[in-house]
Design a protein around this ligand. Structure first.
Ligand code: CDT
Length: 322
């Protein structure tokens, strides 16, 4: 029997620093309404979807950043989103800054069932940027200051999504998409749908003339398309886009199939819903042939992947006989 799932990437345009969560939530509810009209079963919202991308703002006292974090989900402010999900019978993925009851801080994403139950939670592992104010940079990227490294690994669950029955669902958050190890850990759990949100500045401050401007989007797509192909999975990758208080983030949200092909792409850098009808059976081809892990992986040759973090120089070359 064909297993079909209709998904959407609900791209958000910019959220200004002065705007409250109610503004973002109102826009998300409107995207949910559109999703309902298009028969969508799962909506994927971006990373840190409720506020501006606050890690660009330095706070000497880290606790001064706490107002950007959620201590409850749902909360009074996010309740309209949960009500819309229930009204329309749509599951949704939401990225948000999480402060736990113990006072720990994570860059988190959760997948919620239409009834509001948490199906899966993930905390970002690859935190880019820096922990201290960097006077060289025009714009700060302080994820290492405000978040701890995620402590949940890369979980995949058999998620009750839509009419397709259980779907093997996993998540990545923004910078994670550039790391093949993260995709492979999901692939090793037979993931069929990767949900990921991102906030990516459209200018690379470290480019030093070596990375042309247009490659910013190309590298994002390259990473997601390769991750899907090499792990025989679909992905929904959703941006927060546009200019937040003078700082530009690119859009170009995409839905990708297990062949690594882009099925749908956002054309604006503002609020926009893109959708695709997934045939989950497409994951079988890669999984049973070229990327049949059980038949072809050679773990005995991969030791460095987990034994070593930074790159090392190879040994000196010496002539050998034979
Ligand atoms: N949010 C996030 O992870 N953004 C990074 C850009 C980091 S630039 C210091 C990304 O990889 O898209």
């Amino acid at each position: 029997m064909t297993r079909r799932l209709t998904v959407a990437a609900a791209q958000l345009g910019p959220i200004q620093r002065a705007e409250g969560r109610d503004v973002a939530v109102g826009r998300m509810v409107r995207l949910m309404e559109q999703a309902h009209r298009r028969g969508v079963e799962v909506v994927v919202f971006p990373e840190l979807a409720l506020t501006t991308f606050f890690p660009r703002w330095y706070e000497e006292d880290r606790a001064a950043a706490d107002p950007w974090f959620e201590t409850a989900m749902p909360s009074n402010e996010t309740a309209p989103l949960f009500e819309a999900a229930r009204r329309y019978g749509i599951a949704f993925h939401l990225g948000y800054a999480e402060r736990t009851p113990e006072g720990r801080h994570f860059n988190t994403a959760a997948l919620f069932a239409p009834g509001g139950e948490t199906i899966l939670k993930y905390r970002k592992v690859h935190l880019p940027g820096h922990a201290e104010f960097d006077p060289i940079r025009k714009v700060q990227h302080l994820e290492k200051r405000y978040f701890e490294v995620g402590d949940l690994g890369f979980p995949v669950t058999r998620a009750p999504l839509g009419a397709a029955g259980p779907v093997n669902a996993g998540m990545l958050i923004c910078n994670d998409r550039r790391w093949p190890e993260a995709w492979r850990v999901l692939g090793l759990q037979s993931v069929e749908l990767v949900m990921l949100g991102y906030n990516t500045p459209s200018t690379n401050q470290d480019a030093r003339g070596f990375e042309a401007h247009h490659l910013r989007v190309a590298h994002s797509h390259l990473s997601i398309q390769a991750g899907c192909y090499q792990n025989a999975t679909f992905a929904v990758a959703t941006a927060k886009a546009g200019t937040e208080d003078g700082h530009e983030l690119f859009g170009n949200s995409i839905i990708v199939n297990p062949q690594g092909e882009i099925m749908a792409e956002a054309t604006s850098w503002s609020d926009e819903l893109i959708t695709a009808d997934l045939d989950l059976g497409m994951c079988e081809l890669g999984r049973t042939t070229i990327f049949n892990f059980g038949a072809h992986r050679r773990v005995e040759a991969y030791g460095r992947i987990t034994a070593q973090t930074a790159a090392e120089a190879p040994p000196e070359w010496r002539p050998t006989s034979g």
